[in-house]
Each structure stands twice: as C-alpha cells, then as structure tokens.
Design a binder for this molecule. Sequence first.
Ligand code: BTN
Length: 246
Amino acid sequence: MNLLSLFPLSLRFKTIDSTQNFLKRNYKKLNNFTFVFSDYQREGKGRHGRKWISASSANLLFSFLIKDIKLVKRFDTLSIFVATIIKELLTSFEIENVQIKWPNDVYINSKKVAGILLEGINEGNELSALVIGIGLNVNQDTFEDGLRISPTSLKLELNKDINIKQLRKKTYKLFYKKLKNIDSIDYLKIANESNYLKDKRVTFEYNGKEMTGVARNINPDNSLSIEKDGEIFNVKSGEVNSIKAS
Ligand code: BTN
C-alpha cells in the first residue's frame, strides 16, 4: 500500500482567496477527505459573515471536504467532533487547559486559539457535501485590537516558534485518522469534559427573546442544555444568535 492510497489528497497554496471557497468551487471533481491548506487567504471567512484575518505563513488555515454521505448526514455534530481533534492536537504539545467552546471554537485559558466553520453544499434540495474550515493560531503573536474574543496562539502559550510544515503534516494525519474512525470515538465525552461554558452563566437569544441561564452539557444532537429557573432549554446553535459567558 502506498501513501497515496492511505491519504487521498492534500493541497497547499501559498495564497488563495479562501480554502473554504476553493473546495466549494471544486468539490465535484475532488475526493472525499481532500484537504486544502494555504499560507495566506485574501478573503478568509469566519462564522456569521465575519472575516478571518491571519498573518501570512504564521498560522494553519485549512479546509477539508466531506462527501461520504454517512458523514454528511452528521452535519450537526461534526464541528464539536472537529473541536475534539484540535484539542488532541494541542494537548500533544503539552498545552494544558484546552477547552471547547460550544458550538465551534477552541480556547486555551479562556482565549480563542482556533475557530471552525462548517458549510453545507446543496444539490437541489439535498445536502450533498460539507466543507469544514479551521483557522488555528500558531506563530502569530500580535493580533489586531478590538477583537470580540481575546486571541491566543501556540507560540504565545509555549513561548516558542512552532515548525508549521511539521504541524501541517501532523494535523493532516491526525484529522484523517480521526475522520476514518469517527464511529469508535466518544467525542461527546471529550467535549463535555472540556466544555468551556459548563456551569457558566450565559445570555442567549432564544426565539427572539434574550434569556439568561446556566450552561450544562452538550447533547448528542449538538444542542447545549441551558438551565433557567429549574427548566432545561436545549438550544441548537442555529437558534442561538449570541451566547456570552459572564
Ligand atoms: C470562526 O471562528 O469564525 C471560524 C473561522 C474559520 C476560519 C477558517 S481559515 C481556513 C478556512 N477558510 C476560510 O475562509 N475560513 C476557514
């Protein structure tokens, strides 16, 4: 067996508009689990139509394609699954206190180190593929002022530069292995053990109403339980416009 049969395809660009957009444009001719990395993105995208701005060659910016229909159907739970892979990657650098901020961020000591963007591709009314994008702050040590959430990076946490080339390889291999074995991984347990919001007071918007409660567990359908006056609300990320911990 050669490496190509083990690992379908990993592309790397020096510069691109967005790895996310590349896969969305080209998904028809690409295989399941194609990975696209780029050193720089001219139009990096974050969630909720925000921009994802990253210094050139400093960070990991990548997206991968899912066409396996069994996985496509797990749309709702994949971003938490991906967050647990990032947690494992960071923990392998002996970084402590890596937490998963529902629904799709990864924090170290309450600062954001990675964000996940999951987009579906429809053919007619059918969801036929997914593109999952990850921005992981690696060697960037200064960030623009006024970001909504304080950022951090591996370099800031470890006080040393990380070899991006090695990290890229390691990331690709780890993601590929985990995606292949998704059915045997209890990722929900990992997510709940490192659930950043757990037992924190959160404000959230539910059916157009602003409410406050205490966050509890992440559920198998990827909803978050929020307790309010003894009542449990299971909120789906799509139903929550903002969730702030205080
Ligand atoms: C977020 O936290 O808002 C999600 C950020 C996702 C950013 C990544 S970087 C690689 C991929 N390409 C993009 O344009 N966006 C994602």
